[in-house]
Design a protein around this ligand. Structure first.
Ligand SMILES: Cc1cc2nc3c(=O)[nH]c(=O)nc-3n(C[C@H](O)[C@H](O)[C@H](O)COP(=O)(O)OP(=O)(O)OC[C@H]3O[C@@H](n4cnc5c(N)ncnc54)[C@H](O)[C@@H]3O)c2cc1C
Length: 266
């Protein structure tokens, strides 16, 4: 579930190759992408995200990928032979360095299940990928204060928004991790309090973030809230804000980035 507006950038399909892989914290792997095609990528910052095509069934399928991922592009993707079709997963741009033609993506290492997590944990330099830019979920809504609620999968999104929001912004960012050692340095405005939380072993996402949110004293005025991460965390935060705090739902952007026990659809 999500109310994020997906945009289809003019750049279409951007090809890149893995330059290096680095474990930045115990459960987060940073894969740096590079290559001349990155010159066509238009960086907008914040939580800018893309559909990443992973050539786990061979690189041949990458050349037959659609250039956009609207309805037509998705149908074209589905007609690619299953045996060579790249696997698509959604990821956030953690950092972009145009002068070096480098783009970082931080992948949660969530075990052996799935495709993207295990791929990132073992990929070697030189592997080809492709991605389709889908824009930013964070909206430039005029607001008196801002609120971010995120889990580890949305740490790159939260960090990007904190980095790119106006320096005079005020508010709160609640970032829940399953392992406190995955905390990263973030460049937040002085007026935004960043609350790092760790949920207990075996607890569902949101177990730490939602109680803190419920007890938080909100500043006065109109907020803009951005709630992203595991489905229950994102939906739970939105429900609380709209139903219990009476915040206009147009002021709450939310997106279930992943779902416990369920693989991403494509
Ligand atoms: C807009 C957007 C931006 C995103 N940005 C990022 C990002 O920058 N970094 C990032 O790590 N993720 C990000 N995600 C989440 C990522 O797309 C999902 O976690 C995706 O399911 C990972 O694919 P997979 O192939 O590893 O696992 P899947 O094949 O989709 O799932 C396999 C199994 O792994 C479980 N699983 C999937 N993700 C996680 C997780 N994070 N923790 C624990 N278990 C999991 C599933 O429940 C399932 O049981 C983003 C999602 C969206 C929608």
């Amino acid at each position: 579930m999500s109310n994020i507006t997906v945009t289809h950038a003019e750049s279409g399909l951007v090809r890149a190759e893995v330059v290096r892989r680095e474990r930045v914290t115990p459960n987060m792997v940073r894969v740096t992408l590079g290559g001349a095609d990155l010159d066509r990528y238009e960086h907008r910052g914040f939580d800018q995200w893309f559909r990443l095509a992973l050539p786990v069934r061979g690189e041949g399928g990458l050349d037959r990928m659609p250039s956009k991922f609207g309805i037509g592009g998705y149908v074209k993707y589905l007609t690619l032979p299953k045996g060579t079709r790249p696997v698509i997963r959604n990821y956030t741009v953690r950092a972009f360095r145009p002068a070096e033609r480098e783009l970082d993506v931080d992948f949660v290492s969530h075990g052996d299940d799935g495709v993207a997590g295990p791929w990132a944990a073992s990929v070697e330099p030189g592997e080809r990928v492709a991605f389709i830019d889908q824009g930013c979920g964070w909206k430039p809504v005029a607001a008196d204060w801002s609120l971010i609620v995120a889990d580890e999968s949305a740490l790159p999104a939260a960090a990007g928004v904190l980095r790119d929001m106006p320096r005079d912004a005020v508010g709160h960012a609640i970032i829940e991790l399953f392992d406190a050692r995955d905390r990263q340095v973030v460049d937040a405005p002085d007026g935004v309090a960043v609350h790092w939380l760790e949920r207990g072993a075996g607890e569902a996402p949101g177990a730490a973030a939602l109680p803190l949110l419920r007890g938080l004293d909100f500043p006065g005025g109109e907020p803009y809230a951005f709630c992203v991460g595991e489905q229950a965390l994102a939906a739970g935060a939105r429900r609380h804000l709209v139903k219990e705090r009476g915040i206009d739902k147009r002021r709450v952007t939310f997106s279930g980035y992943w779902r416990i026990g369920q693989a991403s659809p494509s």
